[in-house]
Design a protein around this ligand. Structure first.
Ligand SMILES: [Zn+2]
Length: 848
C-alpha cells in the first residue's frame, strides 16, 4: 500500500494533473509536467478568450525554452512589426540537426542529385493557421497542437515526434488576426451573447480577414505582393514540406470541410492527377476518422476552389507536396447561434485541433510514400517538359528596366531558373535585346511554375469559378514574351538581380533635364522631385532632343524639368534630381537647347505643367476594402506617395477644393446626402478629377454626375426552357465573370497611355459591368480588341458584351474629368501592366 502511494506521488511529479480543459480537448491523455500548460501560462482556458498574438508568441517561446524538442524561428516581421515565426517540433536529435536534415530533404527536389534513402527521413509537415485573421480557431488550435505534440505521452504523439519535423505557423496574418482578436475580446459579454446580430459577431471595415494593406493573403502565394507571403515563400523553398495544412473558417451554419475539393473544375491544370486521385483520398480517411471520433459532421468534394496557385492550399500542390484546405464553421466570437444550436469558440478549436493531429498522423504514416512522391513530382516535371512543344520562353521589355527587375524577382522567388539572353532577336514583331531580355527553359524542376507564369488557358472542365480562372503572370506584368520550340542560346544563369548603372548628366549649363516616362518607377521619381518643390512639365506630343548623350526620342508624357522657372538654385536642383534618380532607378538626360531636332520644341503650347496630385480616397463601410488596399499599397510601395484615406461617414467634413483627385473604389455611395453630392458636382465641374473603379461608375451614372450608359445583356421575356432545380447553381455560376484576362487596345497618344510603347495591353476583368464606349471618339483610351479573350473562362454571352464595351473611358464634366476603370487595374497588387494606367490617371487626369 505504501509503495502504491509513493508511486502515485512520483507520477504526479512527472505528469501534470488533468484539468477541465484537458478533459474537453484531450480526454484520457497523460501529459509531461515539464511543458507549461496553455491555461497556466495564459491565465484562461483555450476558447474562453481570443489569444493576443504577443501572448501566443510568448507561449511558443516558453515551449521552446522548456523543451529540447522545440525551436522557435523568427523568419521576418509584418508591416506592423509583429514577428512571423515558425515553431519547429521533433525529437531532440532532429532539432539539433535541422540543417543536415534540410539538405538531405532538398536532394529529393533536385532530380540531378542522387535520390537519398527515404526510409529514415522524417516527414516535413507544415501546419499553417489563420491566414484570414478573423478565422481565429486555427491560431488557438496551434497552441493546443504544439502543447500536445511536446507534452503528450501517448504513442501517437511519440510516433510523430520520432518521424516528423512539424513546423507550426500560428498565424500567417498576425496583423489582421490581432485586429479581430481585439474586436472579439472587447465585445465579449458575461455571459456571452449568441445573437448573430450582436456587435461581437459583426466586425467593422476593414475586417480582420486582411493584412495591414487590406490584402487577402490567401490569394498572394503567387503574386507575392505582401511581406508575409514573400517571407513564407522564401521559407517554403528552404524546406519543400511534404504536407501543408491551411486552416480556415466559413459560415456559422456550416459544419467542417476537408479535401478532396470539387473534382476537375476546381483542380489546377499543372498538378499531377495522382495528387487528386490518390493522395487526397488517402488523407481524407484520417480526417474522417478524427471527426467521427468526436461526432463532428463534415463534408468533402462539393465545393472549394483549388485551382488558383495563389492559395496556401494549392501552391504546395505545385511544389510536390500536398496542400490541404480545412474550413470550420465559425463561431465568429465566443458563442453564436447556428441552425444546429449555439456554437462555442472551443467547439471550433477542438475540430481544428483534431484535424491538426490527424494531419500529422497521416503525414507520418504516409511518410515514405510522400517522400517518393516529392521526388517523382520533380522528376516527372523534367520528363514532361522534354515532351512539351515549348522548350523555352524569352521575355524582356526594352523600355522598362524596373519592370524587368520586378518580374525577374518574381521568377527567382518561385525557384525558377532564368538565364541571360546572349543575342538580339526579333520574334512576332517584338525585339528582345541582349542584356534586356532573359531565357526561361521549360526543362527544369520548376517546369510547372514556368507554365503557371507564362501559359494561357482557355479550355476548362467546368464553368463555375469561385475565384480567378486565369493567372498568367507574364500578362499581368504586360511583359513582352514568346515561346520557343528550342531551348535557345542561353548565357549565364541569373543568381542575383544586378543594379543597373544609372546615368546622370555631368555638370554644365542646361536648358532642361529630361526623363522618359516608360520606366515603371518614373512616377516615384516624379513624386519625389515634386515634393522637393521642383517644377515639372510634360509634352503632349513627341520630340527628339540633342542631349548630353546624343540625339534621343522623348515620347509624349516625358518629364521636362526646365532649369529656369525653379525656386531651387541650379546646384540644389541637380542634387534633388540626382537623389530621386538614385532612389527610383531612373536615367536622367539634359539638353542645352530648347530647339528640338524633330517634333515640338520645349517651349511649345503642347508642353504644360504637371500639377502636384492631392489625392483623397473614400473608404469605409460599403466600399471595397480590397480595391482601397490595392491603391494604398500601390501608392505607398511603388510611388512613396501619401494618400488621405477618408471614411465615408466623414465626407461631410471634407472640403474637396483642398484636393485635386478623388478616388472612388467599388462600393455603395448612397449614404452621401444631396448637399454632399452637390459639393462633389461643383468641385468636379470646376476642374476636379474623379477616378472611379467598377461599380462606383454605376453610382456616378445613377446620380447623373456623368452621362454614360451600360450595355444590357438581352434576356428572354419569359423562360421557354424548363431546367432541373439542382442545375440552377451551375448554370447561374457559368454567367459570372470570376476573373479572366482580355486583350485591350490602348491609345498610346492619350495621357492615360503615356509611357506605354505598345498598343496591345492585357487587362484583368472580374465583373459583369459593361460600359458603352464614350460618345466622344477621343475618350475611350482602353477598349477591347475584336478577339479579346487571352486566358481564363468566359461565357459566350459575356464575351460578346465585352467585345462591344469599354475597359477604360473618360467623361468630361465642365472642366473636370471622370476616369472610369471598368476593369480593376490594380488587382492583387500584381497588375504592373495596368496599374501604370492608374498612376497616369493620378498625374495626368486633368490633361485628358
Ligand atoms: Zn479563410
Amino acid at each position: 500500500m505504501k509503495h502504491f502511494l509513493l508511486l502515485i506521488g512520483l507520477i504526479s511529479l512527472i505528469y501534470s494533473p488533468a484539468s477541465a480543459q484537458d478533459e474537453y480537448y484531450f480526454p484520457g491523455e497523460i501529459f509531461s509536467a515539464d511543458i507549461p500548460k496553455p491555461q497556466d501560462f495564459l491565465g484562461y482556458e483555450i476558447g474562453e478568450w481570443h489569444t493576443r498574438y504577443d501572448r501566443l508568441i510568448a507561449y511558443f517561446e516558453a515551449l521552446a525554452a522548456a523543451s529540447d524538442k522545440a525551436e522557435l524561428q523568427v523568419i521576418n516581421q509584418t508591416n506592423q512589426l509583429r514577428p512571423l515565426v515558425v515553431l519547429i517540433i521533433g525529437k531532440s536529435d532532429h532539432i539539433n540537426n535541422l540543417e543536415s536534415i534540410r539538405q538531405k530533404h532538398l536532394q529529393l527536389v533536385d532530380p540531378n542529385q542522387p535520390k537519398p534513402d527515404v526510409s529514415n527521413m522524417p516527414s516535413i509537415i507544415n501546419l499553417a493557421y489563420s491566414v484570414h485573421g478573423n478565422e481565429p480557431s486555427g491560431g488557438e488550435a496551434s497552441i493546443l497542437t504544439a502543447y500536445w505534440l511536446l507534452a503528450s505521452q501517448s504513442e501517437k504523439a511519440k510516433e510523430i515526434r520520432e518521424n516528423a519535423i512539424v513546423m507550426i505557423d500560428p498565424a500567417i496574418n498576425p496583423d489582421g488576426r490581432d485586429r479581430h482578436t481585439n474586436w472579439a475580446n472587447m465585445h465579449k459579454g458575461f455571459p456571452p451573447v449568441a445573437d448573430p446580430l450582436d456587435r461581437e459577431h459583426n466586425e467593422i471595415w476593414p475586417s480582420g480577414r486582411v493584412n495591414h494593406y487590406w490584402f487577402d493573403l490567401n490569394r498572394d502565394w503567387l503574386p507575392l505582393a505582401q511581406v508575409e507571403t514573400q517571407s513564407k515563400i522564401k521559407w517554403y523553398h528552404q524546406w519543400y514540406p511534404n504536407v501543408v495544412g491551411d486552416f480556415h473558417e466559413m459560415g456559422t451554419n456550416s459544419t467542417y470541410f476537408f479535401e478532396p475539393t470539387k473534382p476537375f473544375g476546381s483542380e489546377n491544370p499543372v498538378v499531377p492527377r495522382k495528387n487528386y486521385d490518390q493522395i487526397n483520398n488517402k488523407f481524407a480517411g484520417y480526417f474522417a476518422k478524427a471527426l467521427d471520433e468526436i461526432g463532428s459532421l463534415y463534408w468533402t468534394k462539393e465545393t472549394f476552389d483549388n485551382s488558383y496557385p495563389g492559395y496556401g492550399s494549392t501552391y504546395p500542390d505545385i511544389q510536390g507536396g500536398l496542400g490541404l484546405v480545412f474550413e470550420q464553421g465559425s463561431s465568429r466570437g465566443h458563442l453564436q447561434q447556428s441552425q444546429r444550436g449555439d456554437i462555442t469558440f472551443a467547439f471550433t478549436i477542438r475540430n481544428q485541433l483534431k484535424i491538426s493531429i490527424a494531419t500529422m498522423e497521416a503525414g507520418v504514416k504516409e511518410r515514405v510514400f510522400m517522400h517518393d512522391y516529392l521526388r517523382e513530382f520533380f522528376q516527372s516535371a523534367i520528363d514532361e517538359a522534354k515532351k512539351d512543344r515549348v522548350q523555352s520562353y524569352i521575355f524582356g521589355d526594352v523600355y522598362d528596366a524596373s519592370k524587368n527587375k520586378l518580374f525577374l524577382k518574381l521568377l527567382l522567388d518561385h525557384g525558377i531558373q532564368v538565364y541571360e539572353n546572349e543575342k538580339d532577336i526579333s520574334l512576332f514583331g517584338v525585339k528582345y535585346e541582349k542584356g534586356k531580355s532573359w531565357i526561361v527553359p521549360t526543362v527544369q524542376p520548376q517546369y510547372r511554375m514556368v507554365r503557371t507564369m507564362f501559359e494561357k488557358v482557355t479550355e476548362f472542365a467546368d464553368s463555375v469559378f469561385y475565384d480567378a480562372s486565369a493567372w498568367t503572370m507574364a500578362l499581368a506584368y504586360d511583359m513582352p514574351f514568346a515561346s520557343q520550340a528550342n531551348a535557345s542560346m542561353k548565357g549565364n544563369r541569373i543568381e542575383k538581380i544586378k543594379d543597373s548603372e544609372l546615368r546622370f548628366p555631368t555638370e554644365s549649363p542646361y536648358v532642361a533635364y529630361l526623363v522618359n516616362w516608360s520606366d515603371y518607377f518614373a512616377p516615384k521619381f516624379l513624386h519625389q522631385i515634386q515634393q522637393s518643390g521642383v517644377h515639372v512639365e510634360t509634352n503632349m506630343l513627341p520630340f527628339s532632343a540633342l542631349t548630353d548623350d546624343g540625339e534621343m526620342e522623348f515620347p509624349a508624357g516625358s518629364l521636362i524639368i526646365p532649369t529656369g522657372f525653379q525656386s531651387l538654385s541650379s546646384g540644389e536642383l541637380r542634387q534633388v534630381l540626382q537623389n530621386a534618380a538614385q532612389v527610383s532607378g531612373q536615367n536622367v538626360y539634359a539638353t542645352a537647347t530648347g530647339l528640338s531636332k524633330s517634333g515640338i520644341d520645349l517651349g511649345s503650347n503642347n508642353v504644360s505643367v504637371i500639377q502636384v496630385p492631392k489625392v483623397l480616397m473614400l473608404i469605409g463601410q460599403g466600399t471595397s476594402q480590397y480595391e482601397a488596399g490595392e491603391i494604398w499599397h500601390l501608392l505607398d510601395s511603388k510611388v512613396n506617395m501619401p494618400i488621405s484615406k477618408v471614411d465615408l461617414s466623414s465626407f461631410g467634413r471634407v472640403n474637396l477644393f483642398d484636393y485635386n483627385t478623388l478616388i472612388l473604389t467599388s462600393g455603395n455611395y448612397f449614404s452621401l446626402s444631396a448637399g454632399q453630392i452637390n459639393h462633389l458636382k461643383d468641385w468636379l465641374s470646376r476642374g476636379g478629377t474623379i477616378i472611379s473603379l467598377r461599380s462606383a461608375s454605376q453610382w456616378l451614372i445613377s446620380q447623373s454626375i456623368v452621362q454614360e450608359s451600360y450595355l444590357e445583356v438581352e434576356r428572354k421575356e419569359r423562360q421557354t426552357e424548363f431546367l432541373p432545380f439542382t442545375s440552377r447553381r451551375d448554370i447561374q455560376g457559368a454567367q459570372a465573370i470570376g476573373g479572366s484576362i482580355y486583350l485591350a487596345e490602348l491609345d498610346t497618344t492619350h495621357p492615360l497611355g503615356f509611357g506605354y510603347r505598345r498598343s496591345e495591353l492585357p487587362v484583368y476583368r472580374n465583373s459583369s459591368i459593361f460600359l458603352k464606349p464614350s460618345a466622344d471618339p477621343y475618350q475611350t483610351p482602353v477598349r477591347y480588341s475584336a478577339d479579346p479573350l487571352m486566358s481564363g473562362y468566359v461565357s459566350s454571352t459575356n464575351l460578346e458584351m465585352i467585345k462591344q464595351s469599354a475597359s477604360t473611358l473618360v467623361s468630361s464634366v465642365g472642366r473636370g474629368k471622370v476616369i472610369h476603370f471598368v476593369d480593376n487595374p490594380n488587382f492583387r497588387g500584381t497588375w504592373f501592366g495596368t496599374n501604370k494606367l492608374f498612376l497616369n490617371a493620378i498625374f495626368f487626369g486633368n490633361k485628358m
